[in-house]
Design a protein. Sequence first.
Length: 124
Amino acid sequence: MRDKKTEEGLTRRYRKLASRLAATGPIIQGTITRRVITKNRGESGERENNYGPYYQWTFKSAGKTVTVNLSAKQAKLFQKAIENNQKLEKTLSAMRRLSRQLCEASAEGVKRRMRAKSDQTALS
């Protein structure tokens, strides 16, 4: 049986999620890693030199891992785009869940038949 109130509520929640998608900025997949290289000057380990920080973006392309070096400014932009992608995936997951509920609430499903008593006792 269709529940109009449930259907309207689900539709409203779905539209709210869809509006989030429209407001999403640039999206990319991957990971940003900050690296610092530390070197000792001598055998006695007198003084350490630090090189960096260096930023690397790692992602998959055609089944292969790709690493790209980034400037600090690029790293901030790319990190924001990665966070946008994570929000997008979470929103899409919620939209899929709501879509299923909405489809189930919008149309009557197949009625289940009652099992005969002889079927129930035969399984015991």
